[in-house]
Design a protein around this ligand. Structure first.
Ligand SMILES: [Zn+2]
Length: 71
């Protein structure tokens, strides 16, 4: 894993089960595609106690983001 996660985000992300990670990363809303997409080139940071994942849509390249809530 070479994603640019902050150390805090990395620790949080490591505790997320692999299946949940996959669900989180493949169910990202893209405004440009008007649908769910997969986030690639993922980076992560902690925002107010939640892990915020940001990356780009693998279909159109638009910036996408989501919280890893419930993880
Ligand atoms: Zn898109």
């Amino acid at each position: 894993m070479s994603e640019p996660f902050t150390p805090e985000a990395e620790s949080y992300w490591q505790l997320v089960p692999a299946r949940t990670k996959e669900v989180v990363l493949t169910n990202v809303w893209c405004r440009q595609c008007q649908g769910r997409t997969t986030m690639i080139q993922v980076s992560g940071e902690m925002v107010a106690g939640d892990l915020l994942l940001t990356g780009i849509c693998n279909r159109c390249g638009a910036k996408v983001a989501r919280l890893a809530e419930g993880a």
